[in-house]
Design a protein around this ligand. Sequence first.
Ligand code: MN
Length: 400
Amino acid sequence: MIKMVRFAHLADCHLGSWRQPELERLNFESFIKSVDLILDEKLDFVLIAGDLFDSAYPSIEILKDTFEQFKRLKEANIPVFLIAGSHDYSASGKTFLDVLEKGGFCKNVFEFEENNGKMKLIPSRVGDVSIFGYPGKKSSMEVEDLKNIEIPPQDNFTILMLHTTLEDVAPHPEIPKVRKESLPLVNYYALGHIHQTFNTKLGNSEFIYPGPLYPNNFQELADLKQGSIVIVDVDGWEINAKLIRIPSKEVVYIEEEIENSLTATDQLIDKLDRMNLKDKIVLLKLKGEVKQGKTGDIKFDKIEEFVKKKESYSFLRNISKLRMLDESFELPSFDLEEVESLEEEIIKKYSEENPHDFNTRLPQLMGALSIEKKEDEKSSTFEERLLSELKNILEIKESI
Ligand SMILES: [Mn+2]
């Protein structure tokens, strides 16, 4: 029988994801608040189930702040176990998670040995608990791999960390998913990737998504308003998981139908004028079919100025559901977060018309090629990083 163990389960922190500095601040503050809570509660360990960083190569600023928080945990002797997610994974295996690990600030639990074409995962031990993990990859590439993982029998409490989509969650019918029944049996599945809180059971095993540490885009801010983590109590084989919402700035979501873009500015300002926006995140979503005027006629700078005068904390707008009647030549406006799914859609269509094994590598290739040279990074370092990434994706073994 194992003794009482308490741990925190975080996922999808996406540190460094917001382009708006004031929202990135809230994102990072949620991380600090979680660390505060973990220290206050004197938890035994911490799990981060992928996407700690928004990219495999975060900025120096983000790295500095992140190391500072990991140092607080290390000084309190609270170990951190993590896996890479779809965002901080890199095909070459070169990611800043390694830097954190080599510094002794965390342990990447993804370890395995080949066993007759299967992948036998190797546990990381903390007290009476065995932790296994398999990372997320670009474009759900991990879903196929997960059919081949094995966990050697254990007689203590077991945790499997995964960054993937369970069939049960299913908000996105088009993406590949994992059947929970097909996974090796453990006591607790520490999941990440889906930016919503979700839990389900199979026998006595718990499957939990804590949700993102902080909302990551316009829609998540509208839906979730704040981030969350899970604190788990294990007593014997009894699992008690508690969802903790991380307090943050209030969100005001405004959805407005626009028919005439010539009068839209006044219409919106009139509406905003009747609201209390002080210190709030203001989300403005425009929808409908514009019968008079063009999108350009809506004076967003004037609206933003007005919202600022009302002392809002941040202002975001979204016009992806606004259609123009007589501008069929105009490209539809996409949100930044939709770009990736649009790319996937194009690759899918292309692959159907031009079937070839190579196509499965396209998302990874695009991901690798989209990483820019860092400021001050030597060209040779950048070239070497890019080449080793590409060789891994293309499975080129010999160096050229
Ligand atoms: Mn994520």
